[in-house]
Design a binder for this molecule. Structure first.
Ligand code: ZN
Length: 486
């Protein structure tokens, strides 16, 4: 399989360090607010990778961290801790804030059918490891202490290593960008970043360290927890493109300084979601939480959208392309997903014949080829739609399929639609007992209608049909009986 390495800016053959084991680290959420569309994209992108690598037979250890300390208001080094601020405003323990939003995040991820990672470490649970990591950077000579805080010495580091190799930035640019910020008197240079910050008296989350009572800098947790759980070198590090600088650049610098080499072999970044061409954010008024999508409670939304529509919408674009969100684009995704679902349930009902008169071969190879080409999910989806045309031809009675071909087709659809793209198909959702009961009841009514039609009891058959239509069901008579949707 080929993946695009952001560091080398090339597609590379993926060769794990220690096959069949694969180590994969993805930057997770900062838990001080509800997850929004911007959280859904990296979660779904790396879920797709996790699922595909597992399908290829790799044993993946997938680590996704929880940032629950050190994520400050203004930039990486200044301002109030975002979680502590929320705790202060709502008069809660900081860990109460973390747990509350983490529960909600997990609920949203479950709804999007994002598989849980193998390990979900909290930054606050790895303070000792982070202090040890700082000591290594100190010992190597790339950190300095100032007023109880510890900073990474970017200038010293840049003499020995390439600082900016991931983001393509250079030190002069950084100097120009950062020099006017306040509160940097403690630093030798404005672009130095904090490894440890001394806590001010009002700062409620702090721990003892050799330098001061304080807390770790945000970038440090990922270098520390990545290498703790995946080793000093591991295969894949992922995240959103917005994290390339300063977060991932700082991670590379910390690892190179502490260990003498970069920890990561393949850096992968998903592109951003824009809303009407604009970046999404609280300050733009276009910030839509996943909960608001699911319930339709945001002025930019025409109606509620199911979690699977959101997932399908994201998978319809390649992860390295930008996606522009609009209510119309989501409605189009919803229609596409409904077509896929309809075909999926038709495929389950097809009866085999002696021979195939419709060409259904080669779907598996084409889908595998697209996935192996840097996770090209939109091409997989277009192959499935091509195949849907053949399936519908057979379903409409204008073609036949052999038993072998049918089994293969059903297997490939299950594999790519459900297992790899991770789309929950409602026809196959037996885990949801409410839904199963509801479907069973509708099917029973329509079976009664079929019976009534056979007995030429038109009053009864029309009554059932009209009542269901009034309730919002679409009922379609077919060769073998009926189809319905809501
Ligand atoms: Zn990170």
């Amino acid at each position: 399989m080929q993946i695009y390495n952001t560091l080398t800016r090339t597609k590379q053959e993926f060769v794990p360090l220690n096959a069949p084991h694969v180590g994969m680290y993805v930057c997770g959420p900062t838990v001080y607010g509800d997850a929004h569309l911007g959280h859904a994209r990296p979660a779904i992108t790396f879920d797709l990778l996790f699922r595909y690598l597992t399908h290829l037979g790799y044993k993946v250890r997938y680590v996704r961290n929880i940032t629950d300390v050190g994520h400050l208001e203004h930039d990486a080094d200044e301002g109030e801790d975002k979680i502590a601020k929320k705790a202060r405003l709502e008069q809660l323990e900081p860990m109460e804030v973390v747990q509350y939003y983490l529960n909600r995040y997990h609920h949203d991820m479950e709804a999007l059918n994002v598989l849980p990672p193998s390990i979900e470490p909290h930054a606050s649970g790895h303070i000792i490891e982070q202090i040890e990591f700082i000591k290594k950077i100190f010992d190597a000579g790339y950190a300095y202490e100032s007023e109880g805080s510890v900073y990474f010495d970017v200038e010293k580091y840049a003499k020995d290593f390439h600082y900016g190799k991931l983001s393509g930035r250079n030190i002069e640019e950084l100097y120009a960008e950062t020099r006017d910020l306040d509160g940097q008197q403690e630093k030798h240079h404005s672009y130095d970043f904090a490894l440890w910050k001394k806590a001010t008296p009002e700062h409620i989350m702090h721990w003892p360290s050799p330098w001061s009572e304080g807390f770790p800098g945000w970038h440090l947790e990922c270098s520390t927890m990545g290498t703790k759980y995946l080793g000093e070198q591991f295969d894949i590090h992922g995240g959103g493109m917005d994290l390339m600088f300063p977060h991932h650049e700082a991670e590379i610098a910390q690892s190179c300084a502490a260990l003498g080499h970069d920890s990561v072999r393949y850096w992968m970044h998903n592109n951003m979601i824009t809303i009407a061409g604009k970046k999404m954010g609280k300050s733009y008024g276009n910030f839509i939480t996943l909960e608001q999508f699911f319930t339709g409670t945001h002025p930019l939304l025409s109606k509620p959208f199911s979690p699977m529509t959101i997932r399908f919408f994201i998978l319809m674009a390649h992860y390295r392309s930008t996606v522009d969100f609009s209510s119309e684009a989501l409605e189009a995704a919803e229609k596409g997903l409904a077509r896929l679902q309809e075909t999926y349930s038709r495929l389950a009902k097809l009866q085999p014949s002696a021979v195939s008169t419709v060409d259904v071969k080669g779907l598996r190879e084409r889908c595998e080829e697209a996935m192996a080409d840097d996770l090209n999910s939109p091409i997989v989806i277009s192959h499935l739609f091509d195949s849907a045309r053949a399936i519908n031809t057979i379903f409409d009675g204008n073609g036949t399929i052999s038993e072998t071909d049918l089994k293969e087709l059903q297997g490939v659809w299950k594999l790519f639609v459900e297992d790899i793209l991770g789309l929950r198909m409602t026809t196959n959702n037996t885990s949801n007992t409410n839904e199963t009961a509801y479907k069973g009841a509708v099917d029973m009514l329509l079976d009664m209608r079929l019976e009534a039609k056979k007995e030429k009891d038109w009053t009864k058959s029309d009554m059932i049909r009209n009542k269901l239509t009034q309730l919002g069901f679409n009922i379609k008579d077919t060769k073998d009986g009926y189809e319905w949707s809501l």
